[in-house]
Design a protein around this ligand. Structure first.
Ligand code: UT7
Length: 331
């Protein structure tokens, strides 16, 4: 039997309509377009408005976009994974609800949480299920409603994040396309630098935690930045080395969109030309689990069968890693 690779065979995405620009943020906190643009590369981000809409709302829309583009009936899906740091609610799985709502009635489903690396880790998990030979169609969705955990009076975080969802379908491939190698890492030292203090089992919600604004994201940006730059570049360089890839062999870098300066540093270490670096941070900001599938969605037309793509991410925890994937189709 030939080796089974897990290939991405379809992509979909969803972007909320509301555009929050740097100009509008200038009215909300003490910041300015010039600072945000030069420090992060972000110009605007999307915000999901409307009561009762959580990450599942965007995950469902992104999945429906994928199913429609691919002409796939949801009953064919075996497994639905929702990568998210902003699940609809504690305990009840977001993925289970999404699977039911899209009509994936033959699938089992679960959530995967690894902060900004949720989608990258999800690629590893989805691929392992496919490579095992047990499952044929795994839907991996990255969806985050970051606006639900951001304090819009805190200029250190509110300028960075946005809401969005993206989805990919993994299927078996017997011709060598798909996931080739992965290098995933984590380090608990990161827990103090990027976190939400309250609302979990250590410090459950109370009137006091709410009034102290402990349900919002706290980030020590400078420290996270330092770890992100060195670790994301390290794994990206290592995965190239151990697969004997030079910068000429790599067609694209699809890196987590947290800060353009972090992406540039990674590309520099890989000796990659700017033209090979997929960037859309200026339009969406950091959408956590959605950044990688959003890149695939935006640049799908440019990706060619056989292209070598290096995916890389860094996020809270800390969690980080790189994946080497051979793209399986041309549009
Ligand atoms: O996706 C998960 C992983 N997360 C990341 O990878 C994010 C990593 N961190 C970063 O991207 C950057 O650290 C930030 C974009 C968050 C901040 O950029 P920075 O260059 O590290 O700025 P800083 O925090 O060192 O702040 C520099 C200055 C400070 O003023 P002083 O102390 O030098 O007077 C800040 O108070 O800029 C000030 N500042 C701002 N000024 C205008 C901080 N935020 C703002 C703001 N507008 N929004």
């Amino acid at each position: 039997m030939t080796k089974i690779n897990a290939a991405i065979t379809a992509v979909g995405c969803y972007l909320p309509e509301y555009v929050l620009t740097n100009k509008e943020l200038e009215q909300m906190v003490d910041t300015n377009d010039e600072w945000i643009t030069t420090r992060t590369g972000i110009k605007e981000r999307r915000i999901l408005k409307g009561a009762g809409k959580g990450s599942s709302y965007m995950a469902i829309k992104a999945s429906q976009n994928l199913l429609e583009k691919r002409g796939l009936n949801a009953t064919e899906i075996d497994l639905v994974i929702v990568a998210t740091a902003t699940a609809d609610m504690p305990v009840a799985s977001t993925a289970v609800y999404v699977a039911t709502e899209i009509g994936a009635t033959n699938a089992f489903a679960f959530d995967l949480q690894a902060a900004c690396s949720s989608f990258l880790y999800g690629m590893s998990v989805a691929s392992a299920y496919i490579e095992s030979g047990k499952y044929k169609k795994v839907l991996l969705i990255g969806s985050d409603k970051m606006s639900s955990i951001i304090d819009y009076t805190d200029r250190a975080t509110c300028i960075i994040f946005g809401d969005a969802a993206g989805a990919v379908l993994f299927e078996p491939n017997h011709d060598g396309y798909g996931l080739q190698d992965e290098l995933l890492r984590s380090d608990g030292i990161g827990r103090s630098y990027l976190k939400i203090d309250a609302g979990g089992s250590i410090l459950p919600a109370s009137a006091e935690t709410v009034s102290n604004k402990q349900h919002y994201v706290f980030q020590d940006g400078k420290t996270v930045f330092k770890y992100a730059v060195s670790n994301m570049a390290d794994v990206s360089e290592k995965i190239m080395e151990r697969n004997n890839l030079t910068h000429n062999d790599v067609n694209w870098l699809a890196a987590h969109q947290a800060n353009k300066r972090i992406i540039d540093a990674t590309a520099h270490r890989m000796k990659l030309d700017d033209s090979k670096v997929l960037i859309n941070i200026e339009k969406y900001g950091n959408t956590t689990s959605a950044t990688l599938p959003l890149l695939l969605c935006d640049f799908e037309d440019q990706l060619k069968k056989g292209d070598n793509i290096i995916f890389a991410s860094f996020g809270g925890g800390f969690t980080w890693g790189a994946i080497y994937l051979k793209w399986a189709y041309s549009k």
